[in-house]
Design a protein around this ligand. Structure first.
Ligand SMILES: Cc1cc2nc3c(=O)[nH]c(=O)nc-3n(C[C@H](O)[C@H](O)[C@H](O)COP(=O)(O)OP(=O)(O)OC[C@H]3O[C@@H](n4cnc5c(N)ncnc54)[C@H](O)[C@@H]3O)c2cc1C
Length: 403
């Protein structure tokens, strides 16, 4: 542990956490059964009503700086909020801190021009529009995005974008995409691409399909799209940062983004853990013999508790390190939490489903939704194997292993 490290919520944060916990329990959870089996678009009126409530309660945009209408929390503070919101699949959306919008807001704040901020950031921060982030391509490995086929060719004061992307989450209904495209094909691999803002009503932007993931294509925000960009013309002024800075900006986005995901996953773990314990206490195999009296279930309870607690401490430490020492100092910790917490999530939700028996795979509890949606946690934002390799190489280098 490092000097000055203190995860206790401050006197101002604690009342906020209490308020959020109450809102999630009393107002968000009742909406969940409709969400888990149903259509996101059909639920928008109800979701928007709750978004207005979040604003009324003064809880809107916990991670958004105050000058852009949010609460301006530090990463450590937002991590603690994110855990509470993660207990329900709609939590982050209600507070306008959902991926990928949260990450897009962050890069617009740090790299957007005043005009880009006015046109794209401000309505996004107010929750009037949504956005998406379009980097991964079906034909090339997302684990090595420097291999990218999408190009943005200069033509006067415009870029002309051509490419094929997929798993652009939340593209359905988004007002704009931030697209990674090769602008400098002759540069070094990490300096070849730029991030360019493409309004989704630009001619040539085509949503081919919402990809069916684990049997569900979803709709509106709850989707992952395949997209085609054909002769898409946007002004050069839509580029974020300088030409060739795409990967640099993507790295900046991913550090805090992984903390957000990890704390959301811990919220999911806590919810699954709670449901598992409730079921272990209430389901009787024989009169007076609840499931929780079986040693194997007790082991799952104990192992899950230990893993969730360890995961939380690791994530808070990484958030604290980013807040106080910067992303560079925290890069190893960020890789550690990305694969470790995704693994804990996978195991805890799986155990909770097992304890529920057949009920666990229905949509009568949120467990199956968590399982379907979050299996991908071990793949997106860098698959487990890549993060393990990065950390292990760095460690083993100190022992003389350089291969
Ligand atoms: C639900 C979901 C949402 C997503 N949202 C977005 C989004 O909004 N925008 C976007 O641009 N992308 C998004 N993605 C894409 C995601 O970033 C990629 O799936 C990820 O980068 C992996 O790329 P890939 O799928 O091409 O797998 P590949 O690169 O083909 O890798 C396949 C597998 O190979 C293994 N592997 C890879 N590298 C190594 C290595 N070095 N050593 C050993 N094993 C290795 C891993 O097990 C990996 O899972 C999303 C993906 C999912 C599943």
């Amino acid at each position: 542990m490092l000097r000055g490290m203190d995860f206790a919520p401050s006197e101002t944060l604690q009342p906020l956490l209490d308020k959020i916990q109450r809102f999630v329990t009393e107002e968000a959870l009742p909406l969940e059964p409709t969400f888990v089996g149903g259509s996101f678009r059909a639920m928008l009126p109800e979701l928007n009503r709750l978004r207005r409530r979040v604003k009324e309660l003064g809880l809107w945009g916990p991670q958004i700086p105050k000058e852009h209408g949010g609460l301006g929390l530090t990463l450590l503070e937002h991590g603690q909020v994110s855990e509470l919101l993660g207990r329900t699949p709609i939590g982050h959306y209600l507070f306008n801190c959902q991926a990928p919008d949260a990450g897009n807001m962050e890069i617009l704040i740090s790299h957007g021009t005043p005009e880009q901020k006015k046109q794209f950031l401000e309505p996004l921060a107010r929750g009037e529009i949504r956005s998406c982030f379009s980097m991964t391509e079906p034909e090339l490995p997302g684990s090595n995005p420097t291999l990218m086929a999408t190009t943005a060719r200069l033509d006067g004061d415009h870029y002309v974008i051509d490419g094929h992307k997929w798993f652009t989450s939340a593209a359905d209904g988004a007002a704009f995409a931030i697209v990674m495209a090769v602008t400098n094909p002759d540069a070094a691999p990490h300096l070849r691409a730029s991030q360019i803002i493409v309004p989704t009503n630009t001619p040539g932007f085509e949503l081919v399909r919402n990809i069916s993931v684990m049997g569900h294509a979803g709709d509106d925000y709850a989707t992952h799209a395949e997209l085609r960009y054909t002769n898409v013309r946007v002004p050069v002024t839509n580029r974020l940062g300088h030409e060739g800075s795409g990967f640099l900006i993507a790295q900046e986005r991913l550090g805090p983004g992984r903390i957000h995901h990890c704390m959301r996953w811990i919220g999911i773990c806590e919810r699954a853990f709670d449901l598992m314990c409730q079921r272990a206490a209430s389901r009787e195999l024989q009169p007076g013999k609840p499931l929780g009296s079986k040693q194997i279930v007790q082991a799952w309870v104990a192992e899950s508790r230990a893993e969730i607690d360890a995961a939380r401490l690791m994530v808070l430490r990484a958030a604290w390190t980013i807040d106080t020492r910067g992303l560079y100092e925290a890069r190893e910790q960020v890789s550690l939490i990305k694969f470790f917490v995704a693994g804990v999530l996978d195991r805890v939700v799986d155990r909770a489903i097992q304890v529920h028996g057949a009920l666990g795979v229905t949509d009568d509890t949120p467990l199956a939704w968590f399982y379907r949606q979050e299996r991908a946690a071990r793949i997106y934002d860098g698959p487990d194997e890549v993060h393990k390799m990065v950390v292990a190489k760095r460690i083993l280098k100190k022992y003389g292993v350089t291969a």
